[in-house]
Write a protein that binds this ligand. Structure first.
Ligand code: NAP
Length: 639
């Protein structure tokens, strides 16, 4: 059978040279040239890699490898010849590229050496054999181990797909009326993903459909719906049903999962796939407001904002998207933003995907896989350097290392360059804390353009109280409002809220954790056998990657744990206390060496009230990938 990534054959009658040339205009030239290597005869491949037409480097959201427009045009002309030749030979299945050349191609496409240790992980991503390398084969005995998955968001769907492949019976319980989790709930104006869509998708699902490079919420939700349907998960899912809690029965070796409809499910394992940003946070301020007020995650689409005075409290990643989307509709928009946000240039943030891209993913060998690689690589561990604290660096209030200082200079330049005539606004929008210390936002200029509008006011203050007709900020100024929008984020550090999970000896998980949630590799918890967390403590990625990639690692790990359980006919699997404690100490110690824990950042959901970082993974992606391939027998006990 033909390799699914080797390009669907086409003829000149189906796709003319003119159409071909037009399609190439939409493409990433480095990914196109990589595809040319596959299409070329083996004896012609080395010349492409040795040629002068080559990417000069890589960076987040830079799809053209910094190649000059003339070089891109030349490369497209070259590619047109290669494709025509391949097409006229009948679009033969490309002969495999030799492993050394694949590694060479990895380095070539990003214009830098890709270290040996990254090659196995990136090969898995590239799927050059055309098979879903992370697919799970049938597990002996799986049928005797039913699983309850809590949540049909991104990671719950993923877990269900893999458990299904392995043969584990499963039920998904989802509190919403449909799948997608955060992408089901967050329908606020302007919502879009800020990781490139061609990487913000499952590695094994088609990605030829995105209409924007950073797709909007309806398209992302539709993707999860489609994936959910394609894998037949509907028959396994109870929507509009909330899990209240789960209790481990030591004698039976099962979990009893309590639902809000009064029923109970009994399972051998539980997967909590509830996300980190599931419970909206609204500050507890005194007073009351007489008009409509809602959180961005529960946007009230019944409220027409046209001609209204809107006060938006908070502007992190969410408010940053909302303001540009509503500013032209409302009479006035007042943004009460306590802390300025760092942002970096992404001119293509709102760009459409030309039709050539989907065509190339379907028809040009491995184009889509190399394009994915190109998005992944610059966000694969390189960003950690800018986040790492150099304790010898002398200016810790404003930057934590030389690299971090360079990032600060670059981001500052981007911000100030947009406001040449507005020093007052510059003073408000350039953050005073180290760059990357809070989530860095993607910007194509729309945020500062919005703040510069006549009807928009940025207030650099907190919020003090509500009054019947508006909001009073922490400086005492009253801002009249017809509508109040809370863009104040989520209870990120309250993991699994409000689930009541009771493990061995009647211990309540959230009480056991207190303010220090933890899980071995972010997935398993000592004293809570056969419980698996997805997107659990210290698994979020702040310096690159994609949370879908992290979830794929976690799901691989959980399936391997369940394999040990089922194939060995065991009752329970959990991390040893020693492994659990050692992981926590290690992850916390590492997190404290990162900018996210900087004492010079007053407000930051990355750290909790004690200054500890429980959401983020401070380790390299390649390490986490390696650690989660399968449980280390020394770290796990089976009973
Ligand atoms: P957030 O980043 O936590 O921002 C919350 C905002 O509310 C901040 O401006 C914060 O100010 C303010 N705030 C919180 N408590 C306050 C208080 N008591 N008084 C005054 N202001 C207060 O929340 P978010 O914007 O919803 O984003 C959360 C996360 O969701 C993001 O970091 C990201 O991971 C994810 N997200 C992703 C996307 C995407 O992919 N496109 C989009 C949206 C969200 P301070 O900064 O001073 O704390």
């Amino acid at each position: 059978m033909r390799n699914v990534h080797s390009g669907r054959p086409f003829t000149a009658a189906e796709f003319s040279d003119e159409q071909l040339a037009a399609a190439l205009e939409d493409l990433s030239v480095p990914a196109l040239l990589a595809s040319c290597v596959h299409m070329s005869r083996p004896e012609d491949r080395a010349a492409i890699l040795a040629g002068e037409l080559r990417p000069l480097g890589s960076f987040l959201n830079e799809y053209q490898g910094f190649m000059a427009p003339e070089a891109q045009a030349e490369a497209r002309a070259f590619a047109l010849d290669v494709i025509r030749d391949w097409r006229d030979r009948g679009c033969p299945e490309p002969e495999p590229v030799a492993p050394e050349m694949v590694h060479q191609l990895m380095s070539w496409i990003v214009g830098a050496e890709v270290g040996d240790e990254y090659v196995p992980m990136m090969l898995e991503e590239l799927e050059l054999e055309g098979t879903d390398v992370r697919a799970v084969g049938a597990v002996d005995g799986a049928a005797d181990y039913p699983v309850v998955i809590i949540g049909a968001g991104m990671s719950g769907i993923l877990a269900a797909i893999r458990l299904s492949e392995a043969g584990f019976p499963f039920v998904i319980v989802e509190k919403n009326a449909g799948p997608g989790g955060t992408w089901w709930e967050n329908t606020y104006p302007g919502a879009r993903v800020d990781v490139g869509g061609h990487f913000y998708c499952y590695s094994f699902e088609p990605d030829d459909h995105w209409t924007e490079f950073f797709p909007r919420q309806p398209e992302v939700q539709a993707y999860f719906q489609r994936t959910f349907d394609r894998h037949g998960l509907g028959a396994h899912t109870r929507f509009a049903t909330e899990v209240l809690g789960a209790a481990w029965d030591e004698v039976a070796g099962t979990w009893s999962v309590e639902l809000d409809d009064g029923s109970t499910l009994v399972a051998r394992a539980v997967v909590a796939a509830v996300g980190q940003m599931n419970r909206p946070f609204v500050p507890d301020v005194p007073g009351s407001f007489d008009g409509p007020a809602f959180h961005t995650a529960t946007w009230d689409h019944e409220v027409d904002l046209t001609g209204k005075r809107v006060v938006m409290v908070g502007a992190g990643a969410t408010g940053f998207q909302v303001a540009p989307a509503i500013a032209d509709q409302v009479q006035t928009l007042t943004v009460i933003q306590r802390t300025a946000q760092w942002m970096f240039p992404n001119p293509g943030y709102h760009d459409s995907v030309g039709p050539g891209v989907g065509w190339a993913i379907r028809h040009l060998p491995f184009y889509g896989r190399w394009f994915r690689f190109l998005i992944f690589w610059p966000g694969c561990d390189a960003g950690l350097a800018a986040a790492k604290v150099d304790p010898t660096w002398e200016h810790q209030e404003t930057s934590v290392s030389e690299v971090n200082d360079i990032a600060r200079a670059m981001f500052s330049e981007w911000i100030t360059s947009q406001l040449p005539d507005d020093p007052e606004l510059v003073a408000k929008v350039v953050p005073d804390y180290p760059a990357t210390g809070k989530r860095t936002l993607q910007d194509n200029g729309s945020w500062l353009r919005t703040l510069s509008k006549e009807n928009v006011t940025l207030v650099r203050a907190g919020v003090d109280r509500l009054e019947a007709d508006g909001v009073v900020d922490s400086l005492g100024e009253h801002h009249p409002a017809d509508v109040v929008v809370w863009a104040t984020g989520f209870r990120v550090n309250d993991f699994l809220l409000p689930l009541r999970i009771i493990g061995r000896d009647g211990h309540d998980l959230r009480e056991t954790w207190g303010s220090a949630p933890r899980a071995h590799l972010g997935v398993t918890v000592s004293g809570f056998p056969n419980l698996f967390l997805l997107y659990g403590p210290n698994t979020n990625l702040a310096s690159g990657g994609s949370i879908i990639f992290a979830s794929e690692c976690e799901v691989t790990f959980l399936v391997e744990c369940l394999r040990l359980l089922a194939e060995g006919g065991h009752t329970a699997i959990e991390p040893t206390q020693a492994a659990y404690d050692e992981w926590y100490q290690r992850v916390q110690a590492e997190a404290q060496t990162m900018v996210w824990a900087s004492p010079h950042i007053a407000h930051n959901y990355y750290k909790n009230a004690e200054g500890d970082v429980h959401g983020l993974n401070p380790f390299r992606i390649v390490d986490y990938w390696g650690w989660t391939r399968r449980p280390d027998p020394a770290d796990y006990q089976l009973s």
